[in-house]
Design a binder for this molecule. Sequence first.
Ligand code: ADP
Ligand code: MG
Length: 228
Amino acid sequence: FNHELQRSEKMEIISELAASVAHEVRNPLQVTRGFLQLLQEKSANKEKEYLTLALKELDRASGIITDFLTFAKPELDHVQPLDLAEEFRHIEGILIPLANLQGSKIISTIPRGLYVQGNSSKFKQAFINIVKNSIEALQEEGRVRIWAYAENNEVVIHIQDNGEGMEPNVIARLGEPYFSNKTKGTGLGLMVTFRIIEAMRGKIQFKSQKGAGTEAIIRFPETNGHEP
Ligand code: ADP
Ligand code: MG
C-alpha cells in the first residue's frame, strides 16, 4: 500500500512536470520554426536539405506535444462530472480553424444534460486526437460529424468522417505506439486516447471503409451532473 502511494505521488509529479515543460517549450519551438523556414526558403542544395530535415524534426517535436499534452494542466487528476456539450465546445474551438484551413467542416450536435465522469483536460486530449485524425483524413468537401446521446445508462459519442478510410489491417493496429501512416505523424495520438478512455471505464470501437470514411464510437458509463 505504501509503495503504491509513493508511486502515484511520483506519477503526479511527472505529469505536472510534463505539463509545464510542454507549455514552456511550445512557443520557442514555434519561433525557431519560423526562422528556420525563412532560411530554408532562401537556401539551396545541401544547406536546404539540412534545413528541411531540421524543420521536419521540429514538427515531430510539436506533434508529440500536441498528441500528449495539448490540454495538460497541473490539476491533472481532478475527476468530476463533465458536461459533454461544454467539453466539445472547447474541442471544436481548437479544431474548427484547422478544419476551415483545408476547406472542411465540423458538424456537431451534442445535447445538453449528458455527463460522464472524468478529468476535463484528459477528456479533451482524448477527443482532440480522434477528431484531428478525422480532419487529417479528409479531402475536398470533407466533413466531420459529431453527435451523442444516452442509451442503457451509457453515454454514446459518434465521430464520423467521410475521409480516406482504412483497410482492416490498419484498423487492427490502431493505438499501437509509433504506428503512423503520415509524414508528420507521431503514431502516439490514439495510444494516448485509448489509455484515457480505458481509465474512464469507457470503450472505443472503429468502423471504417477504405475510400468511404471512418466512424469512431465511444461509450462511457452515464453519470449525473452533481459532484459526488
Ligand atoms: P498519427 O495521427 O500521428 O499518425 P494516430 O495514433 O493518431 O497517429 O493514428 C494512427 C493511424 O491511424 C494514422 O496514421 C492513420 O493511418 C490511421 N487513422 C486514424 N484515424 C483515422 C481516420 N479517421 N481516418 C483514416 N485513418 C485514420
Ligand atoms: Mg493522430
